[in-house]
Write a protein that binds this ligand. Structure first.
Ligand SMILES: [Zn+2]
Ligand SMILES: [Zn+2]
Length: 864
């Protein structure tokens, strides 16, 4: 008879199964059916007085099927959720779908299925996989980002950003992936200049009018608060610091000699070494610097040379390392004026200067910069020393350094009024002078730029903006949200937004003047969807607000999600955007926390034969196949056991077979040693104290092992998460039990004690192998919900290794005693004996010629 897991149906006696063999499929399907009947099984409690715990795995993109990386990610989170439930917390453990995005459109083009249909089918399949794997998600809070119930709040947030001046429209050079046929944010361009989705496709620059979110309004805070995120991997914090890229320096404007074109009369240069400016012997521009267009407008030969430089730059980006480019440059025969000394400096265009780095222009100081030195040697530009090393001996200060001399601790020479100053002094004074004269200032620059969120694609959130001929840009009024994404749209990769071809969508009425208006046809970057989704889980069905503030504040508290688990590939993208969004929502008054995530865990990849799994390599392990062959428990347990969770896991079929055998072994032990007598069982549920006394050595060995195992597993959940060692500890415990089967047979293990041990073993297994644990829980006659059963406690005294006292004799005479673990090795005991104070005193100045250890009895040292 099916029985809900937490129902109170009474079972009067336990029955021994006929078969010792563990049939994982039969058992797992039995529990799968039971769990299915109780939708509230894993529901977080509303208005609970318990302490909250919010554990979250990153929501997947519904690509069609789970891969083993998902299984590993979710197995970690699920083990933690179950452990926290057993520790009495009110646990929030939700799941959802990051369901807008490009693959749905590509699928629509290749198999002629509407993106929506394709996406929903994938979601259904992956959800079924998750359920079969036994993940304990609160499905009543499921979030699907492509539903209007969700994306209307993206639009609402967009309007709020607009109200606060945090979103703006600007025409500028933007990253364009020719394969995605859309713009990309800076964060979506890989370090080698390729697209994050297409690792072999170089991103182009296109001039487009786009919506930008002012993430840079929060730059300082995003940087500063990284110091507070002690629960994040240092690696991720470093990546974010580098991405934000703070650098202190001086902005200096060089005036152009002669007539200025549309790009203006000055060249702005950002330098961290303004102290070297008297040594600057040229100014160099990136080939795509706006001034270059002015220079080449009436100079075709120069234009052709610039095209060559652009091509070289592009090729270097493609090959992966722009830093290794063979430096080339072209002299423009134009000049800029050094504002500190009025000197005329030739302007060059060089292939190693990047437009998207700094201002796209540099001052070249060959004597004190490696790259400038190399370039100057190649083109015979003047190399002028303006910094000398500061030596301890003042005489030596004047020695010429080996070039290029790039150290910061030096003294200025040949630098007009600044000669004789230290580098740091000069930087301060020269920056102040620039500010005073109005040609520059001390400044801090950041690598982080505003977030371009317009996408020229169909399957995303429509941007709620209108263009009216009379009123210009007009936001859609809040009451008219959501702006629904129309369904039957022909998706092509022709370029341009597909929504532009849907007149019913494009043509609208201006809310200001009532005249005709045109809708924005770009959609939002899908990273908007994932920037705040974890708040929606706290109140997923709210149709009046993105979420209720009070409810969100209960779950996020002051520090955010208690534990977030996902891949390190999101270190820059999702994890910076969502930090920005949290700060923005805090400033809107919606939440009280400054950061979304208190503790972050980044798990390693699942690989096979040392390589990333991929269809091309034919080394993909399918979760469905693993579940069918070995069962969900085995797939989960193996993904936790095979490697520490933060490292890569090299999948071995023999490994999961080993896990399958282990689960069978556990089951068999329970069947063979099941205590069916109800009175024994009742007795066993009572205090440890009853059985602690008078345990046989065999029983005491089991007891010690059990308490050691509870300690190891509990400690790991609190700290380092080395579930692989937890699981091997549980395996050792099972080995100890098998080793005691003889003792059980001759009743040297008290039956009530055995009941207690079995019960604890089930509790230890519950977070890792929930199916088998539930089956055994029922088998031993337990009626309470295993999900909420209290986690076993360990007694440090009982976990202690047995210790014995060993007499130490010297030349046959007792001199001391040492205390060592009962199973200590000879080496350990002798070491301990020789380190003993009394022994040390007795053998001082003598030679130990023989060391004898009679195991467990005594040590004898012979000295001369
Ligand atoms: Zn792409
Ligand atoms: Zn209007």
């Amino acid at each position: 008879m099916p029985q809900a897991e937490n129902s109170k149906t009474t079972v009067t006696s336990t029955e021994r199964p006929n078969d010792e063999r563990y049939d994982a499929q039969r058992v797992e399907m039995k529990w799968f059916e039971r769990w299915k009947q109780d939708a509230s099984l894993y529901a977080a409690e509303p208005n609970s007085t318990k302490q909250k715990y919010y554990v979250l795995e990153m929501l997947p993109y519904p690509s069609g099927a789970l891969h083993m990386g998902h299984v590993r990610n979710y197995s970690i989170g699920d083990a933690l959720a179950r452990y926290m439930w057993m520790n009495g917390y009110n646990v929030l453990h939700p799941m959802g779908w990051d369901s807008f995005g490009l693959p749905a459109e590509n699928a629509a083009i290749s198999n002629n299925t509407p993106p929506r249909e394709w996406t929903l089918r994938n979601i259904a399949n992956m959800k079924a996989q998750m359920k079969r794997l036994g993940f304990a998600y609160d499905w009543s809070r499921e979030v699907t980002t492509c539903f209007p119930e969700y994306y209307r709040w993206n639009q609402w947030f967009f309007l709020k950003l607009h109200e606060k001046g945090l979103v703006y429209r600007k025409k500028s050079k933007v990253n364009w992936c020719p394969k995605c046929c859309t713009v990309l944010a800076n964060e979506q361009v890989l370090p080698n200049g390729c697209c994050w989705r297409h690792e072999d496709t170089l991103v182009e620059q296109r001039e487009l009018e786009q919506w930008f979110v002012r993430t840079t309004n929060y730059t300082e805070e995003l940087l500063r608060d990284l110091d507070r995120l002690a629960g994040w991997p240092e690696k991720v914090r470093t990546m974010q610091r580098n991405w934000i890229g703070r650098s202190e320096g001086t902005l200096v404007d060089f005036k152009l000699e002669g007539n200025a074109g549309p790009a203006g009369p000055t060249i702005s240069v950002f330098t961290t070494r303004v102290d070297t400016i008297f040594g600057a012997t040229s100014v160099q521009l990136a080939p795509e610097h706006p001034l270059v267009a002015d220079f080449t407008r009436y100079n075709q030969p120069l234009g052709a040379q610039v095209q060559q430089l652009i091509a070289e730059q592009r090729k270097a980006k493609e090959s992966g390392d722009i830093g290794e480019i063979e430096k080339h440059g072209v002299n423009t025969h134009r000049f800029a004026i050094n504002p500190y000394n009025g000197e005329r400096m030739p302007i060059w265009i060089a292939n190693y200067i990047l437009m998207d780095y700094g201002t796209g222009a540099i001052m070249s100081v060959p004597a004190h910069d490696d790259r400038d030195y190399e370039f100057a040697r190649k083109y015979n530009l003047e190399i002028r020393i303006v910094i000398l090393p500061t030596a301890n001996d003042p005489e030596e200060t004047m020695a010429e350094p080996q070039l290029p001399f790039t150290a910061h601790d030096g003294m200025l020479v040949n630098s007009g009024p600044y000669s004789g100053m230290s580098c740091s002094d000069a930087i301060r004074k020269m920056s102040a002078y620039a500010e005073e004269k109005g040609f520059g200032k001390a400044t801090v620059t950041y690598r982080l730029k505003d977030w371009g969120i317009s996408r020229q694609r169909y399957w995303g959130t429509p941007i709620p903006m209108l263009y009216c001929e009379t009123d210009g840009i007009v936001p859609v009024p809040e009451k008219d949200l959501p702006v629904i994404l129309p369904d039957s749209v022909k998706v092509t990769l022709a370029g341009g937004s597909p929504l532009g071809d849907v007149p019913e969508f494009v043509n609208a009425t201006c809310p200001k003047c009532g005249g005709p208006a045109r809708r924005e046809t770009d959609t939002m970057d899908t990273f908007v969807d994932s920037s705040w989704y974890f708040y929606r889980y706290t109140d997923a069905n709210n149709n009046r607000a993105p979420f209720d503030s009070k409810t969100a504040q209960y779950w996020f508290g002051e520090r955010g999600i208690d534990q977030y688990i996902g891949g390190v590939e999101h270190a820059i993208l999702h994890l910076i955007y969502s930090r920005f969004w949290t700060k923005f929502m805090r400033d809107l008054g919606l939440i009280a926390n400054d950061e979304p995530v208190e503790r972050l865990f980044t798990q390693g990849m699942v690989i096979k034969e040392g390589r990333k799994m991929s269809k091309n390599l034919g080394n993909v392990v399918s979760p469905d196949e693993m579940v069918t062959r070995y069962g969900a428990d085995a797939a989960r347990l193996y993904s936790l056991f095979a490697a520490p969770p933060d490292r890569d896991l090299d999948w071995q079929d023999s490994g999961i077979e080993g896990i399958q055998r282990f689960l069978g072994r556990v089951y068999r032990f329970f069947v063979r040693n099941l205590q069916t007598d109800e009175s024994v069982r009742k007795f066993g549920e009572a205090d440890w104290a009853i059985t602690k006394r008078d345990l046989s050595p065999e029983a005491r060995a089991i007891q010690r092992k059990l308490h050691q195992t509870i300690k190891r597993v509990s400690d790991d959940f609190q700290g380092r998460w080395h579930f692989n060692t937890c699981i091997s500890a549980i395996m050792e415990l099972v080995n100890t039990l098998y080793g005691a089967e003889d003792a059980i047979a001759r009743k040297a293990i008290p039956a009530p004690f055995l009941v207690q041990v079995q019960r604890s073993l089930v509790l230890l297994l519950a977070p890792f192998a929930p199916y088998l644990a539930h089956e055994l829980w029922e088998m031993i006659g337990e009626k309470e919900s295993l999900l909420r059963a209290p986690w076993p406690k360990y007694d440090a005294e009982l976990a202690k290794e047995e210790e014995i006292e060993i007499p130490v004799q010297i030349n046959g005479k007792l001199r001391s005693r040492v205390v060592v673990p009962a199973d200590a090795s000879e080496e350990f005991v002798l070491q301990r004996a020789l380190a003993d104070e009394k022994v040390k005193a007795a053998i001082a100045g003598k030679q130990v010629i023989k060391k004898i250890y009679v195991p467990g009895k005594m040590v004898n040292l012979v000295i001369k």
